[in-house]
Design a protein around this ligand. Structure first.
Ligand code: MN
Length: 476
């Protein structure tokens, strides 16, 4: 999935008129060469566009307002090729609402020792031009990313690439709508929070709907649509014999497919790209949604169980941030521990709802009883997660403010077959070690629900928190 589509990062360069038009022309040529180089890099997923070389306060303010109004613009790279007196930037920066990446680079690589003269010095003075600009940003308490180094260096491009993913997630979450189908799981604390404050802080709205809004969609489904979804299941998964056509429980697979279509149609109607469910409020639904929410997550929807709207919104934002990457991002829950070996491990899972984007093989489609929820047995996809480095992240409401908590984790191979565990799972080696990671997570007030990603790292979420203006607790 490519969520970047027609989204762009705009590049503006600061200068001043002191050096004459020739220098300004040269600045523009150099900036365009840098942008061209960035756009050819596989480290930077966003399309970068040249906006302007800015040399006067009025021009700067006008440009910042244009950027605010450009709905395809997810962020701005700003660089001072020459000196650019920073008082010129005050009015514009006061108005600019887009995330900033301050690129601290220099066009020239090495000092040309034999030919260096004052013309060269005037053109290549980012070393003090960027410091003047950075002073003002800090004085104005404007958060931003600072990418430092020569523009051809891979690590510089990597930093810009990470920031552009965060900016895409930030762009997404500001207009996101979350459907809360059913309310919170009764008496649970961490899934609660101030939805109004979240709307003000992040831009996403959370509205409540009834489970019967889904069942009424289910009642009006087209039979052909249901049949073609069953065929899709058959080509995508290894289906248990009793769920197959002619099997004793095939009708349960049909019910599950109807729930998927019902939820999808409903979400499209209300324009929501994230949602929650809860097993305590299923209305007329025959099963707790299992395979349906698993597949909707794979399609890019944000989801979290038990009314957890914060994790649902975060999953959507992180799926968008991971645009084009293929290791996967899922709703997850720290479930049970494996002590006894020299390295304690965490088995992550949920009672049904883990996204098959992280599956290491073709998922098995199975049906088993669920001891809670008081409904028919739900159909679910069962698999092991891919191995590799990743993160677990959660967003919690501390009452006075929101806090993101991120822990580096390693998904490790599951050597045992787990023949009696009918849910998808990931076995996690939390970093830097079990004691430090779990103690820090709990002292920070972290949730038992998380977003687990094999595509993103701590830097992506740290940049995202800078944009949102929230605290980021990093455990590694
Ligand atoms: Mn849960």
């Amino acid at each position: 999935m490519n969520f970047f589509n027609n989204k762009t990062v705009q590049f503006i360069c600061g200068s001043q008129h002191l050096y004459g038009d020739q220098v300004i022309d040269k600045v523009e040529i150099n900036v365009k060469e840098i942008i061209d180089h960035f756009n050819k890099s596989d480290k930077i997923p966003a399309l970068i566009k040249f906006k302007k070389v800015l040399t006067t306060p009025d021009e700067i303010t006008k440009t910042c307002l244009e950027l605010n109004n450009d709905e395809n613009c997810i962020g701005v790279i700003i660089w001072m090729h020459t000196f650019s007196p920073a008082k010129m930037w005050i009015s514009g920066l006061k108005k600019l609402t887009k995330p900033i990446c301050h690129l601290h680079t220099q066009f020239n690589t090495e000092i040309p020792w034999d030919s260096i003269n004052m013309d060269f010095m005037n053109l290549n003075q980012s070393a003090h031009g960027d410091r003047e600009f950075a002073h003002l940003l800090t004085r104005m308490k404007i958060s931003r990313k600072v990418a430092v180094g020569h523009w051809k260096e891979e690590y510089v491009k990597k930093e810009i690439g990470v920031w552009s993913r965060s900016a895409l997630g930030w762009d997404e979450i500001q207009n996101l709508k979350v459907a809360r189908i059913g309310d919170n799981m009764r008496d649970v604390a961490v899934t609660e929070g101030d939805k109004l404050e979240a709307h003000i802080k992040f831009g996403f709205s959370v509205n409540g709907y009834d489970s019967d809004d889904i069942s009424s969609e289910v009642d009006f489904l087209d039979e052909e649509e249901v049949n073609s979804l069953i065929e899709e299941y058959q080509s995508d998964y290894d289906i248990a014999p009793k769920l197959q056509r002619g099997g004793t429980l095939h009708s349960n697979l049909i019910d599950a497919a109807k729930i998927e279509l019902g939820i999808k149609n409903f979400l499209e109607k209300v324009g929501c790209m994230a949602f929650t469910t809860t097993f305590e409020n299923l209305g007329g639904l025959k099963q707790l949604p299992g395979i349906s929410v698993q597949r909707l997550m794979k399609m890019g929807y944000g989801f979290a169980a038990e009314g957890d709207w914060k994790t649902a919104a975060l999953l959507r934002a992180m799926k968008v941030m991971a645009s084009g990457l293929d290791k996967g991002t899922s709703f997850m829950e720290d479930y049970t521990y494996h002590f006894g070996s020299k390295k304690p491990l965490v088995l992550g899972s949920h009672m049904l709802e883990v996204c098959p984007s992280i599956s290491d093989s073709i998922p098995r489609c199975e049906i088993h009883p669920l001891s809670i929820g008081n409904r028919e047995d739900p159909v679910r996809l069962v698999f092991n997660a891919k191995t590799g480095e990743g993160i677990n992240a959660c967003l919690v409401d501390m009452g006075e403010h929101f806090r993101m908590i991120v822990n580096e984790v390693k998904s490790v191979k599951i050597d045992n077959k787990l023949p009696r565990l009918p849910v998808a799972r990931a076995l996690l080696d939390v970093q830097p070690n079990f004691i430090h990671a779990t103690r820090s997570w709990m002292l920070a007030g972290g949730s038992h629900h998380t977003v687990f990603s094999l595509d993103l790292n701590i830097d992506h979420l740290n940049d995202f928190c800078e944009m949102a203006g929230i605290e980021c607790v990093r455990i590694n």
